[in-house]
Design a protein around this ligand. Structure first.
Ligand code: NDP
Length: 614
């Protein structure tokens, strides 16, 4: 019979699944067969944990000197110190007096048990002895990560504490919170602790069908793009009318590849221009925050100016339409080369910089999902750049080229109404994404997924060449719609856009500043991680209102193409599948992150995307 380390009833520190946070838990039972402990968190959540995810309370240490430095004046002085730190200044540790060092040494022997009165017991932990040492004393990284330090409530009076625990999962509005804060403010003391340290973790749960699924997708995605483009060129693009395969040599043109490279480099130059504000991303698992320059809209304006100049000198964008397939092949070849580069460089990346979802140890899986979370060359963030620039702005340029091609081929003095609608709706979508560029920093693509084939191909090939399918289709298959129909489609697009934009803004604002007075009327469920889950407003309507808005818009983009063929509806069909799958992935992550609180949220908001349907 295997020996167990922790006894029933013992109070220990249990890791919150999917995170690096440890909370105080009580062991309730042990499964000899599965080697799992059932533990109960203070909020009532019961989970099965492996022994490696449990630690004794005594293994959590903290600096008493820090907790005693809890007066507001002390706190603010430490902050200003860290802000004014220059590389020329000696490390704080070297400046510390002998008595301070002695204090710190003694503190290492003290446990973090003092904080156990506070609920949730949000404790930053160190898995190794080395880390414990750094946690207790090493000041350099405290300074470096000052902005991401977490302030913990502690030493609340027991009666207030019990009240707080009881309220843990009741809904409350920010107004109520404010009142409570006032009540507690005199009794609170704070301890600033160091940021969360990354535990090197392997990706255990494989998504996208695991190794076989990702291998198939690497083949299937490019095949789908070429199939769609070939179909679109046919006079009769019916599903059963399979297009003839083109000669291989006709697919490649070095000049086209050169134009593609030029485009990519031009966008890279635009993104590096020192215009636009610099913002911080969400804290990484090691507490660090990366900086991002927000200048996508400027890049878009500069691109528009460059296009204007080209058109003025009568350089025909029609070239894009004539060589569309070759451009797609060039982009695909480039994205493949980029993915190989990304994978090779990720092999040298430190463990803490690997993506939570792309560190399985299986080459094909990590190659597809992306091994490194934020690959950068200096300050140039490759993933962030590809997400919004060459592909997204490229999509608008392709649409414009299709509009001009339609006018030229059909000898029109003005583009068709259908083409105008498709171009305008998608232009709005792209400009909105660039206008709200900062919002991308809280999306799964940036915070969870690594940069590998999936995003490289998605950003550089799938988005520009598949999302522009309606415009491409309209060039070869003119469709006439009446003004009332156009008006109805426009209304549909506006409804979708309104839901999409307001839902995304509501969540982003809440995540960036939960105390925003504009959100004071919204209610949320507090979670053990400290973040809340909105249960009123858009996020109380369905669990992914932003997806709903996006899908409504996708339908509005296809409708101007009429009902002769299903091909222009590929986007909306694919997009529903994508977002349903993405929603399931997100639910899974949220369940791991928030446990019982997420289940309560699901009870309260039962529909995922479509109200009363799904
Ligand atoms: P979301 O913006 O939907 O973010 C999901 C995250 O929001 C969750 O992981 C959780 O993160 C947080 N969250 C969930 N529920 C709540 C709640 N009730 N209250 C507060 N926070 C909550 O993720 P995506 O990155 O998938 O989508 C971003 C946008 O991009 C969407 O509008 C989507 O439609 C669009 N999109 C477009 C694509 C395209 O190809 N056109 C492709 C994919 C997405 P946490 O709690 O950690 O903050």
């Amino acid at each position: 019979m295997p020996s167990r380390k922790f006894a029933d009833g013992e109070v220990v520190m249990g890791r919150w699944p999917g995170s690096v946070l440890y909370y105080e838990v009580q062991v309730t039972s042990y499964d000899d067969v599965a080697h799992l402990y059932t533990v109960k968190y203070k909020d009532g959540t019961e989970l099965a944990l492996k022994e490696s995810d449990i630690r004794s309370q005594s293994s959590f240490k903290h600096r008493k000197s820090q907790s005693s430095s809890s007066s507001p004046s002390r706190r603010s002085s430490s902050r200003s110190r860290s802000r004014s730190r220059s590389p020329g200044r000696p490390a704080k540790g070297r400046r510390r007096s002998a008595s301070q060092s002695r204090d710190l040494k003694d503190d290492k022997k003290k446990t973090i048990q003092e904080t156990s009165l506070a609920l949730p017991v949000l404790v930053l932990f160190k898995p190794s002895e080395n880390n414990t040492k750094r946690y207790n004393g090493e000041p350099e990284s405290t300074e470096k990560n000052d902005t991401s330090c977490i302030i913990l409530e502690q030493k609340l009076k027991p009666d207030l504490e019990i009240k707080r625990v009881l309220e843990q999962y009741s809904l409350r509005s920010r107004k109520d919170d404010k009142k409570k804060e006032e009540i507690y403010s005199e009794k609170k003391t704070f301890v600033a602790v160091k940021p969360i340290e990354k535990v090197p973790t392997k990706t255990k749960e494989l998504e996208f069908g695991g190794r076989i699924g990702t291998f198939m997708l690497i083949l299937l995605l490019p095949a789908t793009v070429f199939y769609l483009l070939l179909m679109c060129k046919q006079d009769d693009p019916s599903l059963l009318n399979f297009p003839p395969l083109p000669a291989l040599e006709s697919l490649w043109d070095w000049r086209v590849f050169g134009v593609f490279l030029l485009w990519f480099l031009l966008q890279a130059v635009f993104s590096l221009l020192p215009i636009g504000k610099v913002v911080e991303g969400l804290p990484l698992s090691n507490g660090r925050k990366l900086q991002y320059r927000i200048n996508g809209l400027y890049a878009f304006i500069l691109t528009a100016a460059a296009l204007g100049i080209l058109l003025y000198f009568q350089i025909e964008l029609h070239y894009l339409y004539d060589h569309f397939m070759q451009f797609a092949v060039s982009a695909a070849a480039f994205s493949l080369a980029l993915s190989i580069y990304l994978y090779v460089r990720s092999l040298k990346a430190p463990e803490e910089e690997l993506a939570p979802g792309g560190n399985s140890g299986y080459f094909i899986y990590d190659f597809f999902t992306g091994h490194e979370l934020n690959p950068r060359i200096g300050s140039f963030d490759l993933k962030y750049f590809c997400e919004l620039r060459p592909g997204l702005i490229g999509w608008v340029v392709i649409n414009l080229a299709m509009l001009l091609a339609e006018m030229k081929i059909h000898n029109l003095s003005v583009p068709s109404l259908s083409m105008i609608l498709v171009n305008s709706f998608q232009l709005l979508y792209v400009v909105d994404a660039l206008w709200n560029e900062e919002a991308i920093l809280t999306t799964m693509d940036i915070t969870h997924d690594g940069f590998g084939f999936m995003l490289a191909f998605g950003d550089l090939v799938w988005v520009p060449f598949v999302y522009s399918l309606q415009a491409f289709y309209l060039v070869g298959h003119p469709t006439t719609i009446t003004w009332p129909v156009a008006a109805a489609i426009t209304v549909l697009n506006c409804i979708g856009y309104y839901i999409f934009r307001s839902a995304n803004s509501q969540k982003n604002n809440f995540r960036r500043n939960p105390a925003d007075p504009k959100l004071a009327n919204l209610k949320f469920i507090p979670t053990a991680t400290g973040k809340g889950l909105l249960v009123t407003g858009w996020w109380g309507f369905v669990r992914h209102p932003n997806y709903l808005g996006d899908i409504i818009m996708a339908l509005a983009w296809s409708l101007p193409c009429g009902f002769n063929h299903i091909l222009p509806y590929f986007y909306v069909i694919y997009f529903i599948c994508l977002l349903v799958h993405r929603e399931a992935r997100d639910e899974h992550h949220c369940k791991q992150k928030y446990g019982l609180a997420w289940e309560r949220y699901c009870q309260r908001v039962p529909y995922r995307i479509f109200p009363y349907i799904y």
